[in-house]
Design a protein around this ligand. Structure first.
Ligand code: ZN
Length: 141
C-alpha cells in the first residue's frame, strides 16, 4: 500500500484520466471536499483520517462512499450541524451505509483495521473521526 500524497502539497499524484487528485490507492481529494463547492477555504483533510480509512478500505475490499468529509462553517450550519463538528476541522468523514449487514461489516473493519477516536452510527451513514479534542467512543445519532 502506498500513500501517494502529503497534505502540505508535496508529491500530490493527480490522476489525469479521471481528473482527480489521488490521495491514496482508493481515495481522492475530491471525495473529501466540502459539498457546497467552496473549495474548502483554509480547511485541509486530515492525513491521519484518510490513512486510517485507506487501511480499512484495503481490508474491506469493497467501495466505501464518503458522503461528507470537509465542511466549511457555512455549509455545516446549513445542514444543521453544530459549529464544533469535527467535519469543520477536516478530521471527520461519513461513510454511506444504510443496511444492517453492511453496518456490521463496516464497523467490524473500522474497529479492526482503523484507529479512529470516535465512531457514530446513523441510519444513513457511519461517522468516523480522529478528533482528539473530543471524548473517545461510539455514539448514536
Ligand atoms: Zn463549503
Amino acid at each position: 500500500m502506498y500513500f501517494n500524497y502529503t497534505i502540505d502539497g508535496k508529491k500530490l499524484y493527480t490522476n489525469k484520466e479521471r481528473g482527480v487528485t489521488q490521495l491514496t490507492n482508493h481515495f481522492t481529494k475530491e471525495e473529501f471536499d466540502c459539498k457546497c463547492g467552496c473549495g474548502n477555504g483554509d480547511i485541509v483533510i486530515s492525513e491521519k483520517l484518510v490513512w486510517e480509512l485507506e487501511c480499512v478500505r484495503e481490508a474491506y475490499k469493497k467501495p466505501m462512499r464518503i458522503t461528507s468529509g470537509i465542511r466549511c462553517l457555512a455549509h455545516n450550519r446549513k445542514i444543521g450541524s453544530r459549529d464544533t463538528s469535527s467535519h469543520v476541522k477536516g478530521l471527520a468523514a461519513d461513510i454511506h451505509c444504510t443496511d444492517m449487514w453492511t453496518r456490521l461489516e463496516l464497523v467490524r473493519r473500522l474497529l479492526r483495521d482503523g484507529e479512529f477516536e470516535r465512531i457514530g452510527i446513523n441510519k444513513q451513514f457511519i461517522h468516523v473521526d480522529v478528533d482528539y479534542d473530543k471524548p473517545r467512543g461510539i455514539f448514536v445519532y
